[in-house]
Ligand binder design. Structure first.
Ligand code: GLU
Length: 545
């Protein structure tokens, strides 16, 4: 077979040679050890936690080493593409503080290694496809869907391996004349790789996270170009990551099984393989069992969720870093005030079995993160969130900055600071009692206090209340009320001899707390009374009498 002729027949319109692109996209001029990484999301309209997880790894590897981190839009599957998806992706990445040095932007390309939208690289892929045809390593396949389906049935019946290989690869040995004839008749075809792999062979593949892997060699004549001349992921990945000079390919472990295909392509084309870093899937506990996070069942898989709930990006980074590097939590404990970027992230410290995403743990990391954040920053960030998601509360929240900063700051100091804030949605709920406009009674009064006693407690509270009392003077009065009404002043005494009392001082405080705050659990009540002011306090208690 004259492969040159076949190459011209299939790719007569391609006039560039591979060298042209090799020169156009030269090796990057970077310091020794600098890593070039990327993310290659498909514009499906759903940006998920896995995208961010991989982006953080790529970003860290590149920026820790003085390298380059870029964005490539993998839009080869037009069927899955959704309008506005790139915009959504860019905005999500921006929100989470992922900064690209180059790559796709809304206005096109930024960088010398583009285009960064795969569909615009059709000619580049075809140039290398033509080269493979010339070398006898790729051929057109005219097999119809029906034919492939029938083949699969036959393979199933005969317990053969599925796929297009060996004796099943019917189009492998078509003659030039047969091919010409079919093309003349307008028959559709894909371009397949002529694999020389052996089903019984293994290949070694180095993975930055998993170490040296032994995988089954690829023996399938997989598709390089689809019938519209657009490449499959396999071919596009290899051509792009070579020409864009990627050193580390960070991607989900779902690509591990086809990695031998990619290794074979890199080797065949005479290109250096990148270091693959196959990340683990994100899992969650569902009852007793661990399962993959699912788009359908778990809202927390979508990145948008965190934004809508008002989790700060720093908390998401913080938590993902604890999942990514086993030594991160220890580092954070030792360096509470350092920027996350100062932590040295390494792929060697990454786990290889599914990372468990635990919402409770994440919430607690979020609380810690907000506790470390200065009050004025919390104010600004929460105000920005409210402006977008809760315009009504935004008005109250921003009415008096000094007041609002004061309520954010309650209970944050001291040896055991309170961790009241988790995310802006929850914080909005939590802080609502400070404003008369949003104050509601969430919790009922303690059950063991009779309606009569409740009134008595509140009456006595108002009667003895002096706004000039300090915290201990104020509390002394509550002790007095408790003792007078036969509630144990020391909760311990009540526990020991419950028959001697109607309850304890905790019940008395909770009656006042529910009247003033609307809840049984709140920061220091004296402080709250001083923040909302005597009038507001008297007003709230008065309504309960
Ligand atoms: N488009 C692929 C995906 O969304 C990218 C995989 C890769 O990073 O190579 O899974």
């Amino acid at each position: 077979m004259d492969y040159n002729k076949l190459a011209e027949l299939l790719f007569g319109h391609i006039d560039k040679e591979p060298e042209y692109y090799e020169t156009l996209y030269p090796k990057r001029n970077l310091p020794e050890g600098a890593k070039v990484t990327r993310i290659g999301p498909s514009p499906t309209g759903f940006v998920h936690l896995g995208n961010l997880y991989n982006a953080i790894i790529g970003e860290r590897l590149a920026h820790q080493s003085g390298g380059v981190f870029y964005l490539r839009i993998e839009d080869t599957d037009a069927k899955r593409e959704v309008e506005g998806a790139v915009e959504l992706l860019l905005s999500a990445m921006d929100y989470f503080g992922i900064r690209f040095d180059e790559g796709a932007t809304l206005d096109g390309d930024n960088g010398a290694y583009g285009p960064y939208y795969q569909r615009q690289r059709k000619e580049i892929y075809q140039c290398f496809a033509k080269e493979l045809v010339r070398r006898g390593l790729a051929y057109p396949c005219f097999c119809s869907e029906e034919r492939l389906f029938a083949m699969r049935e036959e393979q199933m019946a005969g317990k053969d391996n599925f796929g297009y290989y060996g004796k099943w690869a019917l189009c492998r040995d078509l003659s030039l004349e047969e091919i010409e004839e079919k093309i003349k008749n307008g028959e559709e075809y894909v371009l397949r790789f002529r694999s020389f792999g052996d089903i019984d062979n293994t290949v070694e593949l180095f993975d930055g996270i998993r170490g040296m892997l032994k995988l089954q060699e690829n023996y399938q004549d997989f598709v390089l170009l689809k019938s519209d001349g657009i490449p499959t992921y396999h071919f596009a990945h290899v051509v792009d990551d070579h020409l864009m000079r990627t050193t580390h390919v960070v991607r989900g472990e779902e690509w591990l099984s086809t990695a031998p295909i990619h290794a074979q392509l890199f080797d065949t084309l005479g290109w250096q393989r990148p270091i693959y870093c196959h990340t683990t899937v994100l899992m969650k506990m569902d009852g007793e069992t661990k399962r993959k996070l699912s788009k359908r069942k778990d809202p927390e898989l979508g990145l948008n969720y965190y934004r809508q709930e008002g989790y700060v990006p720093e908390a998401v980074w913080e938590y993902l870093m604890t999942l990514l590097n086993s030594n991160y939590e220890e580092w954070r404990a030792e360096n509470p005030d350092k920027e996350i970027g100062e932590f040295l992230f390494t792929t060697e410290k990454m786990g290889i079995s599914g990372a468990l995403f635990d919402m409770m743990k994440f919430d607690s990391v979020s609380q810690e993160t907000l506790l470390r954040m200065p009050v004025s920053e919390i104010y600004d960030k929460m105000a920005a969130w409210l402006k977008e998601y809760d315009a009504e509360f935004y008005e109250l929240f921003t009415r008096d900055r000094a007041f609002t900063e004061r309520i954010i700051g309650v209970g944050r100091d001291g040896a055991r600071p309170r961790k009241d804030l988790t995310n802006w949605k929850q914080a909005r709920q939590f802080l609502s009692f400070y404003f008369d406009e949003t104050f509601v009674k969430d919790d009922p009064y303690p059950e063991n206090v009779s309606a009569e006693d409740r009134k008595e407690i509140l009456n006595r509270y108002l009667a003895t209340y002096d706004h000039n009392d300090d915290n201990s003077g104020w509390f002394e009065k509550i002790r007095t009320i408790s003792a007078e009404l036969n509630y144990a002043v020391k909760p311990k005494d009540y526990k020991k001899n419950p028959e001697l009392f109607k309850g304890s001082i905790t019940d008395v405080s909770n009656v006042i707390r529910v009247a003033v705050v609307g809840r049984c659990n709140s920061p220091d009540l004296w402080e709250i009374c001083h923040i909302i002011g005597e009038d507001a306090m008297r007003n709230r208690v008065g309504k309960e009498l």
